[in-house]
Write a protein that binds this ligand. Structure first.
Ligand code: ATP
Ligand code: MG
Length: 577
């Protein structure tokens, strides 16, 4: 029998283990949410290195967000403390940046080229196009799509101007490497030889350019492990194409496919509701998903109907307050609500999900009045600050770096300390001696720190360790899990989303978003909606989301603030239902 390092694969079930132990050649892991895809990926990489003599430098693991990359690095470091640091764990944009850094001369870039964030990109576009409005139109035409050579004269001038400034934008991070590797087969072959073991998480959401890059980095019989769930494809609106996932077996004909059907994340009520919700639009024939986690006596899914969005937000705030034992609103008698009698819930265990960022305002006000600590994406604002931007644009970037939430926290702290008006005063460049210790505090060198600033994405602004309620769009919630989830705005027009007066959008993708939202919850799920909501400045009557209708009423129960906050008699566990 093969010798296995004690415990390395012990935490996997037989299907997961089969995937982790898969020999060489392409592998497709297709599985629903919470079935341990990401966990299996981590263990597979560790197993290959610890057991199969694969060199860590030969492993390339690609995740969807920087935060996911950070988490993967941490988990790999826990399994292989000595060798995890030698692996390349990054996002596709990070990978593009790494290749460009190495091949900068071929790409016509300086050794220290900068990465333009959205604000800088718009500045350059406005300069080329003559006004900010025209600049925006230029950027929309350029898009992030594949390099089809149809760019108009103005977008060509935009690119030329970026090159003059020795800048690349996010689209370039993928397009330029694809251009380089397609033009020079020998170069592509070198990269293929460098990373013979590639794994890609969330493969259902790759777009055409990303797909092209992956194809260049692999051959049809490569050791490529692709992991994903077509029913969680939610980035079609910006060019992702689940078709690449669905045709994996054609692109990699020797591929073996493994399905995982046991959901460890959520209790049976949540899993059943999720399966019902996705059924009308499932892209996975015969989708199987069943709860196997150790959850006793799962509560029903709470459904709350509020008069308006303020009332909805106040419901969420009060329910959270009550879940945590009233510590934030008022000091009531006893201790906190516990899960199964032992774990104590805290703010960090809770997330509030919504379809559109506009919904967060009401929730933030309610949280501020209730004294509930929260964290929300703030990356965009952060990078828009002139000082941070100046710094990020002028100092060379390093494509790697395990920093996300910590970087943000450090910069926020810096801003708070040194700036009354953060937009004015915090110029990290002129405060050069500040920036280096700051990077140090984050455990990184300066280029790494700056690169982290430039490459951050929405979800990356979250610090997984902070004891705060997370406020997230449904898109940003991909891959994450929380013991308690509130999904706000379950209304027709919000979820599925539709601009007021506009045609229906991609309703199947909206349903998949709903599915993603539900399946973030481990123990408790609340679906709320408002009867009236301000839309484009006017009060609109809102009907319930048609997606709610797919869930068997036996799995849900109406909750109002009263029942959500009523305490049970002593001796019994409080359960929000
Ligand atoms: P998503 O589609 O949402 O990304 P996923 O398939 O990647 O989900 P993971 O995040 O890897 O799922 O796992 C979900 C949860 O289940 C995690 O908390 C993980 O630790 C747990 N889990 C997975 N496999 C097992 C197992 N064999 N035993 C115990 N817990 C497990
Ligand atoms: Mg995952």
């Amino acid at each position: 029998a093969p010798v296995r390092p004690q415990g390395l694969l012990d935490g996997l079930d037989p299907d997961q283990r089969a995937a982790a132990e898969h020999d060489s050649g392409p592998l497709l892991i297709v599985a629903g949410p919470g079935t341990g895809k990401t966990r299996t990926l981590t263990h597979r990489i560790a197993y290959l290195v610890a057991e199969r003599g694969v060199r860590p430098q030969e492993c390339l693991a690609i995740t969807f967000t920087r935060r996911a990359a950070e988490e993967l690095r941490e988990r790999l470091a826990a399994l292989l403390p000595d060798r995890a640091g030698q692996m390349t764990v990054t996002t596709l944009h990070g990978l593009g940046a790494l290749i460009l850094r190495e091949q900068h001369e071929r790409a016509g870039l300086g050794a220290r080229f900068g990465i333009a964030d959205e604000a800088r990109r718009l500045e350059v576009a406005a300069e080329v196009a003559g006004s900010e409005a025209e600049g925006r139109r230029l950027l929309a035409r350029r898009g992030e799509g594949p390099d089809d050579g149809t760019g108009d004269e103005e977008t060509a001038r935009f690119e030329a101007r970026l090159r003059e400034l020795d800048l690349v934008d996010f689209a370039d991070l993928l397009r330029l490497p694809v251009r380089l590797l397609s033009a020079e087969e020998e170069l592509a072959a070198r990269y293929r030889a460098r990373w013979p073991w590639i794994s890609v998480d969330e493969y259902q959401d790759v777009d055409e350019t990303q797909y092209a890059l992956l194809r260049l980095l692999t051959s049809p019989d490569s050791n490529l492990t692709a992991i994903g769930d077509p029913d969680q494809a939610i980035y079609g609106f910006r060019g992702a194409d689940v078709g690449f996932f669905l045709r994996f077996a054609e692109d990699y004909p020797s591929a073996r496919s493994v399905q995982l059907t046991r959901n460890y994340r959520s209790n049976a009520t949540i899993v059943d509701a999720a399966v019902q919700a996705i059924a009308p639009a499932s892209l996975v024939p015969g989708r199987a998903l069943r709860a196997v986690g150790d959850f006793r006596d799962p509560p029903r899914i709470g459904v709350h109907v509020a008069a308006d969005e303020r009332a909805e937000a106040s419901f969420v705030a009060r329910a959270i307050d009550r879940l945590l034992g009233g510590t934030s609103l008022h000091s009531l008698d006893s201790g906190r609500v516990t899960e199964d009698g032992d774990d104590t819930l805290s703010f960090g265990d809770i997330c509030v999900l919504y379809r559109t960022d506009a919904q967060s305002g009401a929730i933030i006000s309610a949280f501020n009045s209730a004294g509930i600590p929260f964290q929300k994406r703030s990356h965009d604002r952060l990078l828009a600050r002139p000082g941070v931007r100046a710094l990020a644009a002028e100092i060379p970037h390093h494509p790697e770096g395990p920093l996300t939430g910590r970087v943000r926290a450090a910069v926020e702290a810096l801003c708070a300390r040194h700036a009354e008006d953060p937009d004015q005063v915090v110029d990290l460049r002129s405060a050069g001696e500040l920036a280096a210790p700051l990077a140090e505090r984050c455990g990184a060198d300066l280029p790494e720190f700056l690169s982290a600033l430039a490459l951050g994405a929405e979800v990356d602004a979250l610090d997984p360790r902070a004891d705060r309620v997370s406020l997230l769009t449904l898109h940003a919630a991909k891959g994450l899990e929380y013991p308690v989830v509130f999904l706000a705005g379950c209304e027709d027009g919000i979820l599925p989303f539709r601009f007021p007066g506009a045609e229906r959008g991609d309703e199947a993708e909206e349903r998949r978003l709903f599915f993603v939202g539900i399946t973030r919850a481990r123990q408790r799920l609340y679906l709320s909606r408002a009867r009236v909501r301000a839309r484009r400045g006017a009060a609109a009557d809102m009907a319930a989301s048609p997606f709610l209708g797919a869930i068997d009423p036996a799995l849900t129960m109406p909750v109002d603030e009263e029942s959500a906050t009523r305490r049970r008699p002593r001796g019994r566990q409080l359960r929000l239902m």
